[in-house]
Design a protein around this ligand. Structure first.
Ligand code: MD6
Ligand code: FE
Length: 202
C-alpha cells in the first residue's frame, strides 16, 4: 500500500498506514474491546445525546453525563476498561514520536448520519503529549482549524487505514467530523466508521 504523510494545518496525516489485513486484525481486537466495554451513546452536560457511540480501553476512558466530561478509570456500570490491544499500541509506537505509552484509547463509532462538532481535546492532565487517531471503515470529512474557535479551517477526507497525529502547535487545534460517506468502505459489514484515539490522559 502506498503511504504518504500530509500536513493539514499542522496535523500530520499518514495516508494508508494500515493495510487491509492490519485493519481487519484491529477490527477483530476492537470487537473484543466492545464485548468487555459496550458502545454507549452519552449525554453531554448540556443534556444532548451524542450521535457518535463511544467506548474505551486502557487505564482511563472518557465519559460524559449531566455532571460533565471527564476521564474515568471506571465504565458507567462500575467495571474497569479492557486493556489496549497490541495492534493499536503498535500504531502509537510507529507515529507518536514518544516512548511513553498511552493510558487511554477512546473508540468512537459513527453510524449513518453521525458527526462530531468542532472541539479541542483538552481534558488530558498534560496536553503536551500527542494524540494519535486511527480511522477504520467509511471515509469521513475531517475539518481542522486553529487553536481558537472560528477562523479559517481546512478539510480532508480520512479513509480507512489513515492515521492522524495532533502534536506540537496543532495539539490544541479545533477539529471535528462534518459527515461520513456511509457505505464507502466494506471493512465493517454493516457500514459505518470507527475512530480510535490514543492519548496520555492522566
Ligand atoms: C474522529 N477525531 O476522527 C474524531 N481528536 O472521529 C477526534 O476528535 C480527534 O482525530 C483528537 C485527535 C485526533 C482526532
Ligand atoms: Fe478530538
Amino acid at each position: 500500500m502506498t503511504e504518504s504523510v500530509l500536513d493539514v494545518r499542522g496535523v500530520s496525516i499518514w495516508k494508508g498506514l494500515l493495510d487491509k489485513p492490519s485493519q481487519d486484525a484491529m477490527v477483530a481486537d476492537l470487537r473484543e474491546v466492545a464485548t468487555a466495554a459496550p458502545f454507549r451513546r452519552y449525554e453531554t452536560p448540556g443534556g444532548r445525546r451524542m450521535s457518535v457511540r463511544m467506548t474505551a480501553a486502557g487505564d482511563l476512558g472518557w465519559v460524559t453525563d449531566r455532571s460533565g466530561y471527564r476521564y474515568d478509570p471506571m465504565q458507567p456500570d462500575g467495571d474497569r476498561w479492557p486493556g489496549i490491544p497490541t495492534s493499536i499500541l503498535d500504531v502509537w509506537n510507529t507515529v507518536s514520536g514518544t516512548s511513553r505509552p498511552p493510558d487511554s484509547c477512546l473508540v468512537n463509532f459513527y453510524g449513518e448520519g453521525a458527526k462530531m462538532g468542532m472541539h479541542q481535546d483538552r481534558d488530558e492532565t498534560d496536553t503536551s503529549w500527542p494524540v494519535v487517531s486511527i480511522s477504520l471503515g467509511d471515509s469521513a470529512l475531517f475539518r481542522v482549524g486553529g487553536t481558537s474557535r472560528g477562523g479559517a479551517t481546512e478539510s480532508v477526507w480520512l479513509d480507512s487505514g489513515d492515521v492522524a497525529v495532533l502534536a506540537g502547535a496543532a495539539r490544541l487545534a479545533f477539529h471535528g467530523i462534518d459527515r461520513i460517506r456511509f457505505g464507502s468502505s466494506s471493512l465493517l459489514p454493516e457500514g459505518g466508521r470507527i475512530n480510535v484515539t490514543l492519548r496520555v490522559a492522566g
